[in-house]
Design a protein. Structure first.
Length: 146
């Protein structure tokens, strides 16, 4: 099954002289899609970006984390495991111009169900995650169940 996603990225960093020089423009942009709030974006501060805005690297880590979470919750619901809280302290490591890895650290609270199965379902969620299946670097998962 094919899915199509459409959005607009609009550069908002023209200070008046465009890209007349490397230091003469901001990296700011807005990510928008119909019916959704706009996401303020920039580059990483290491690349002259605005630290108060989301950068592509952060959004990639967030996408990997969110994809894993969505699959995991689905699998738990199907397995009769009642998840009452889920929080992931995800982190990505980039070297030069490539990601080396992303580590997901989901802390999951369950109210009912098999704790060992709840841990095992993270492996299944990882196998089903389209982000993990689309990148050329490892995405690791270090879950804990409360």
């Amino acid at each position: 099954m094919k899915h199509h996603y459409q959005l607009t990225v609009t550069w908002t960093g023209n200070r008046g002289s465009g890209t007349s020089g490397y230091r003469d423009y901001d990296r700011d942009h807005a990510i928008s899609a119909a019916g959704k709030p706009t996401i303020p974006g920039s580059s990483d501060p290491a690349f002259r970006g605005d630290a108060t805005r989301w950068n592509p690297e952060e959004l990639l880590v967030a996408s990997a984390s969110a994809c894993h979470k969505l699959w995991y919750l689905h699998l738990c619901a199907d397995a009769g495991i009642i998840v009452t809280a889920y929080e992931d302290a995800a982190a990505g490591t980039m070297h030069d111009d490539r990601f080396e890895r992303i580590v997901l650290r989901p802390r999951v609270t369950i109210a009912a169900g098999d704790r060992e199965l709840a841990l095992q379902l993270h492996h299944v969620a990882h196998q089903k995650c389209y982000i993990a299946n689309s990148v050329n670097f490892p995405i690791l998962c270090e879950p804990s169940i409360v």
